[in-house]
Design a protein around this ligand. Structure first.
Ligand code: NAD
Length: 387
């Protein structure tokens, strides 16, 4: 029998379950390109429920306990003696979400001789030290595509929020109880006609490009894998072979690569410095792809007109993290990929991975990041590990 340890974000402060705004969510059975949505044998939750917090338990308890497995759920993941560190040494499986990541550092992996599987309930497995996972003989899997469309919608929302300067205008009529039109519009522009680019044109990046096409913008992208010619033509895309060429050509950048050695700290003072004065960056990918302090400096100097991020480091960030107070920001806590709609898909995908792994069946290749002693599946296409 296996011990499964799930590290999930805390329950809502108002108690669990919350009062839901809607009674149902649309049923999504497949994704662009033909991949099917998760196909577990069954689920023990109602789609649309809050599943990613401790009481939600990703809807897994009955399934695991009926099969005789031990299931431990906690949000306590940092500091000496935390539940994660206490429970890890005899765990076989760790489940974690990027929104509240269980950082599986080399030391933690070494402390867990039985650990064989790390599941990311969501997308993005950089919270697992992948070289250590490889040398430990682990499988790392994530629920590819489960929240890609959710994130693409969030990125488009943040682009419009920044360019139109929506949040300060909202504040004038709510918190400030005013009607200050001139103040509200003094940094407000239309997106129409701008050059917009994505770094990383994978599942999320392509969905962002497709959603932006009707806004009559000029679209650009940079990816280590060039898109097929017909896609480039359909979306009238300009391809850039490197991030510098992209950065210097656009007004708005949306970042959609994984965090790995090639992308860590990529947008530093130097690369942000080649962007046009008054550019915008939206980063729903991973915080460490940009230099924290370079972003603050660029907002202060006006090189950047705005920065909207959904991702921070560490998570949760300290109360004095400079992104909480920098000017011209439209930050969210890491929520883009954990809408109630997305949770239903990644909870079902987590169960599908567990059903297969516990029964000795292969996990879908597109869900794999690390397997068989190296990067595998989506991991082999989208990640690198330091050599
Ligand atoms: P994906 O694997 O489909 O696409 C990633 C793309 O990045 C690939 O096309 C890959 O070739 C490209 N890439 C990798 N390294 C590159 C480099 N150095 N330069 C240019 N391109 C590079 O992944 P996805 O589903 O689109 O997700 C992308 C990332 O978004 C995830 O890894 C995760 O970090 C993040 N994410 C965030 C949230 C959220 O809630 N904010 C949710 C899901 C995913």
């Amino acid at each position: 029998m296996a011990k499964i340890l799930a590290v999930l974000y805390p329950d809502p402060v108002g108690g669990y379950p919350p009062q839901y705004a809607r009674d149902a969510i649309p049923t999504i059975t497949g994704y662009p390109g033909g991949q099917t949505a998760p196909t577990p044998q069954a689920v023990d939750f109602t789609p649309g429920q809050l599943l990613g917090c401790v009481s939600g338990e990703l809807g897994l308890r009955r399934f695991l306990e009926e099969r005789g497995h031990t299931f431990v759920v906690t949000s306590d993941k940092e500091g000496a003696g935390c539940v994660l560190d206490r429970e890890l040494p005899d765990s076989d499986v760790v489940i974690s979400q990027p929104f509240w990541p269980a950082y599986l550092t080399p030391d933690r992996i070494t402390s867990a001789p039985r650990l064989r599987l790390a599941i990311t309930a969501g997308i993005g497995s950089d919270h697992v030290d992948l070289p250590s996972a490889i040398s430990h003989g682990m499988t790392v899997a994530e629920v590819t595509y489960s929240n890609s469309i959710s994130v693409s919608e969030h990125a488009v929302m943040q682009i419009l929020t920044l360019v139109h300067d929506y949040l300060p205008a909202h504040e004038w009529v709510t918190a400030k109880q005013g009607w200050n039109i001139a103040d509200s519009v003094s940094r407000s522009y239309d997106l129409e006609g701008m050059d917009v680019g994505v770094l990383g044109a994978g599942r999320i990046g392509q969905a962002v490009l497709r959603r932006l096409r009707p806004f009559d913008v000029t679209l650009h992208y940079c990816d280590v894998h060039r898109l097929p010619k017909d896609v480039e033509e359909e979306l009238a895309l300009t391809y850039h072979p490197d991030a510098r060429s992209l950065a210097s050509s656009i007004d708005v950048l949306s970042i959609h690569t994984p965090l790995h050695p090639q992308t860590q700290n990529l947008f530093d003072d130097e690369l942000i410095g080649v962007m046009k004065r008054g550019s915008y960056i939206v980063n729903t990918a991973r915080a460490l792809i940009v230099s924290r302090d370079a972003v603050v400096r660029a907002l202060d100097s006006g090189r950047l007109a705005g920065y909207a991020g959904d991702v921070w480091y560490p998570q949760p960030p300290p109360s004095d993290h400079p992104w909480r107070t920098m000017p011209h920001e439209a930050m969210t806590p890491h929520v883009a990929g954990t809408t109630l709609s997305a949770q239903a898909r990644y909870a079902a995908g987590t169960r599908e991975i567990l059903e297969n792994w516990l029964d000795g069946r292969p996990v879908r290749p597109e869900y794999l990041i690390v397997d068989g002693g190296g990067l595998a599946g989506t991991g082999a296409r989208s990640y690198t590990v330091a050599g």
